[in-house]
Design a protein around this ligand. Structure first.
Ligand code: PLP
Length: 858
């Protein structure tokens, strides 16, 4: 029999243990080892049985044990110390508060929207990298004291759990989670009733959601949940699964996350009497409808028109794109979007967002294909500031979205980059945290001094830590492999061999990630005999641990998993290569801690950033990777290895070449170094690389670095722009919208009529002065409505300018040819140099001159 409904009944906490409530529900425990130790000491056996989940622990603990603890003075002392530490963590001035004290301008509040959040395995609300990144973002924001609110959906089944069939095919199952059994509390009104968020859906119906709060240190994470009695059955299912269902299901989720998400933020700040967020950050485009909702708010409450409201919303919106794979971009049939937003009979007056014209909403997600609504384009049009997630990905994104800024070179497309980071207290093994604390004092993992002091540590000590961590991984591999084989139908009696799988002293390589084609799970199998030889080498063996989930609808990916599993099932190699099912945070941790080498072989440049290699590096793992994503900018020749990439070669040959290079690196560089020991059996040259990795990458890969970068380079300018544009009853928004209208109508007549030069010597050298006079027709615009620029650059044979330098020109008069602009410049470049003149819109409230995607050239 199956239960119709489920719920969790918690034991009543005796008064002296009341502090356990806050300690278990604030997820800060998940990155605080002392609090974890405290939980474990409540009942070590049960702690392991409930998979180290404190809410489950309190749900299953015997009341008699609680009564005993309530009089255990040693336990109470530790409990109160942990509670005091949490209070201190939540209230002490952190980076944000200290910066403010010094007078640095910072935003009053940031709302951060993401479709998934991987904060901890006890809240399984993520599928992979994007979600874990969002979780790390919240934790680092909490550590830094940033006033950030996370917004997402609560999925009844989270993402699927993976197991294997006997023949190695991925099986999916969807456990259902009961919110009461999760570390969540309901957002309630002052009278105790649950706060409800409502959005209208076609057919005069509504989609309601209650709002759960997961407390991530200082940061509240609001999670909307549609599984409530006031919804029709189909609306209850809107938040059933992450990335499950078809387009219709998906758009309902995105409407709820974006539009409902803004409403949830409003409810939260109203109930808690907090300031409204000034900045709205879209972590990927899924929640892009939030911008339309904020336009609606302004249109209905302030009397702004659509364009004025759009200008105001854009100022405070930041958009982060995460995929360089065009197929990875979220797109909807335009008719589906129209169906949800239009009036009941298709009227242009939106029923979902009353007061907004549907054609204007649809235009925000326009792309080349008129039948498609593109969520990334929506994000780019709604965010005055946007970015990719590594330097290389920023560059790739500028190229990929160039079409939205016609007339501009890709280098000028206003998409920047903030390289992702990872939360050290979550991902670094306790052994490293303890070492860092010993070297630099407590709570200093986030500062670079601790890393530098590693120089003073004996290589033998670093090596022994690596050995301890590898040993833990080997135990975990055996445990998980046994469970997997039992699930695949084996009996205990057949599994004696599992107890000796893996060698705690052998070079251990990890490869774990989702399984889209571009990540090339099976590249290592390209030459199976060469791999076999590496695995079976008597003196210098490699052992390989592989994990990853394929999207349930992707049979291709499941086929790749099956190839790996079939290879790993072979009797001669099964002690050296394993595939572990159900890659998630709890498994990932052991892999990052214990692997000596972290392998990554994506098709460059399709990995936007990648963060698993960063987590490995934080534990002294050495990366062996294609120079893609973060590794392209952080590989320095000594912190790991770069697999040469064969960009531009066709895919089959490319795989051969890159796989060959991978084997070769392993054979010639990686293995010799690992097995080259001194008289204490320490691989000193290896440990030098470990030390260098920790020292050099440690400070750079941190989520705190990432969140500071966002705060300084994106949130603060966005908050300032938003403040400026709404001041004096939205004077800025009105002025910018009015300016935009004028530009739109005048622009077709704007042109560079004539350019004359003078003063160039016979044989110019760098720094020789060149005078330019341009005559420009402005179609009725005033000279200070535009910026006229001289653009210098290197010229190729087709006269294309590259490495350009722009110099603003000065308005110097007008005559029948048009407005005259002039400049005298020392030549900034040598070699074959060319120049041109162009006209750009210019307004103080634009973030960059490229913003409108308008430019007039001769
Ligand atoms: C870090 C992490 C990822 C993302 O890793 P990538 O390198 O971006 O593929 C995925 N899943 C889990 C469980 C992680 O911890």
């Amino acid at each position: 029999m199956k239960a119709l409904r489920r719920f969790t009944v918690r034991a009543h906490l005796p008064e002296p243990l009341a502090a356990l409530e806050a300690l278990t529900t604030n997820l800060r425990w998940s990155w605080h080892p002392q609090t974890q130790d405290l939980f474990e000491s409540i009942d070590p056996t049960l702690w392991a049985k409930v998979d180290e989940d404190p809410v489950r622990l309190l749900g299953e603990i015997a009341p008699s044990r609680l009564d005993a603890l309530a009089t255990d003075s040693e336990f109470l002392e530790r409990l109160h110390a942990a509670a005091a530490d949490l209070d201190d963590y939540l209230s002490r001035p952190a980076w944000y508060q200290l910066q403010r004290e010094r007078g640095t301008a910072l935003p009053d509040g940031i709302a951060y929207f993401s479709m998934e959040f991987g904060v901890s395995e006890v809240l399984p609300n993520y599928s992979g990298g994007l979600g874990i990144l969002a979780g790390d973002h919240l934790k680092a924001a909490s550590d830094l004291g940033l006033p950030l609110i996370g917004v997402g959906l609560l999925y009844r089944s989270g993402y699927f759990k993976q197991s294997l069939s006997a023949d190695g095919w991925q099986l999916e199952h969807y456990p259902s989670y009961d919110p009461q059994g999760l570390p969540l509390r309901l957002l309630t009104e002052s009278d105790g009733t649950p706060a409800l968020v409502r959005v209208d859906v076609p057919g005069a119906r509504t989609l309601d959601a209650r709002v759960w709060i997961a407390q991530v240190g200082r940061v509240p994470l609001l999670l909307l949940d549609s599984d409530i009695a006031s919804n029709d059955e189909d609306m209850c299912k809107v938040t059933d699964r992450l990335y499950g269902g078809g387009q219709d299901h998906r758009i309902k989720q995105e409407i709820l996350a974006g539009i409902g998400g803004v409403r949830a933020v409003r409810a939260y700040t109203r109930i808690h009497a907090l300031p409204d967020p000034e900045v709205f950050h879209m972590n990927e485009g899924h929640a892009g409808f939030l911008g339309a909702e904020r336009i609606r708010e302004l249109v209905t409450t302030t009397g702004l028109d659509f364009d004025e409201a759009l200008a105001a919303v854009r100022a405070g919106t930041v958009f982060t794109t995460h995929t360089p794979v065009p197929a990875g971009i979220d797109r909807f049939p335009i008719d589906l979007v129209r169906h949800y937003f239009a009036g009941p009979n298709g009227e242009n007056d939106s029923a979902l967002l009353p007061g907004l014209p549907v054609d204007r909403i649809l235009a925000l997600g326009r792309e080349d294909d008129p039948h498609v609504f593109n969520m990334a384009h929506l994000g780019l049009r709604l965010g005055q500031r946007s970015n990719g997630v590594s330097e290389l990905h920023g560059e790739v994104s500028r190229g990929m979205f160039e079409g939205l800024w016609p007339g501009f070179d890709a280098t000028e497309v206003p998409i920047g980059s903030v390289t992702n980071g990872v939360h050290a207290p979550t991902w670094a093994a306790r052994e490293w945290i303890t070492l860092a604390n010993r070297l630099a004092g407590p709570d200093r993992v986030e500062e670079s001094r601790g890393w530098e002091l590693l120089q003073t540590v004996d290589p033998a000590e670093l090596w022994s830590t690596r050995n301890v961590l590898r040993g833990q991984l080997v135990d975990e591999v055996r445990r998980r492999l046994r469970n997997s084989w039992l699930e695949r139908g084996a009996t205990e009696a057949e599994l004696g061999w599992v107890g000796t799988v893996f060698d705690p002293d052998a070079l251990t390589v990890g490869f774990a990630r989702r399984v889209p084609t571009y990540k090339r799970l099976t590249l290592m199998l390209r030459d199976p005999e060469r791999l076999r030889a590496l695995l079976l080498d008597e003196e210098r063996p490699v052992q390989l641990v592989v994990a990853g989930k394929s999207h349930p609808a992707d049979d291709g990916g499941k086929g790749l998993i099956q190839q790996i599993v079939r290879f790993a099932d072979q009797h001669d190699v099964r002690h050296r290569i394993v595939f572990l099912p159900d890659y998630d945070m709890s498994m990932a941790r052991f892999l990052y801690w214990g692997c000596d080498v972290w392998l990554n072989n994506p098709l460059r440049p399709l990995e936007a950033c990648g963060t698993s290699g960063m987590k490995s590096a934080l534990n002294g793992g050495l990366n062996l990777s294609i120079r893609d994503g973060w590794w392209d900018e952080m590989f320095d020749g000594e912190n790991g290895w770069a697999i040469p990439t064969a960009d531009g070669v066709d895919d089959v040959r490319r795989d051969d070449l890159e796989a060959g290079a991978l084997y070769e690196l392993l054979e010639r560089s990686v293995l010799p170094r690992f097995y080259d020991r001194d008289d204490r059996d320490v691989p000193t040259r290896w440990i030098e690389m470990v030390r260098h990795t920790l020292e050099n990458l440690g400070p750079k890969v941190l989520a705190s670095r990432m969140v500071r970068d966002y705060t300084v380079d994106y949130y603060t300018p966005a908050a300032e722009a938003a403040r400026t544009i709404v001041a004096d009853d939205f004077a800025g928004a009105k002025a910018l919208a009015e300016y935009r209208h004028r530009i739109d109508s005048a622009w077709p007549a704007v042109r560079v009529a004539q350019v004359d030069s003078h003063g160039l010597p016979e044989s110019p050298v760098i720094g020789s002065s060149l005078g330019l006079i341009a005559h420009v027709q402005l179609g009725g615009l005033a000279p200070d409505d535009v910026q006229v620029q001289a653009v210098f650059g290197k010229v190729g044979s087709d006269d294309t300018l590259s490495d350009t330098v722009t110099v603003p020109m000065r308005h110097s008069g007008s005559d029948p040819l048009g407005e005259e602009f002039t400049v005298d410049v020392p030549l900034p470049l040598s070699g074959a140099v060319g120049y041109t003149v162009r006209v750009l819109p210019h307004h103080d409230l634009m973030a960059t001159p490229a913003e409108f995607g308008m430019v007039a050239l001769p």
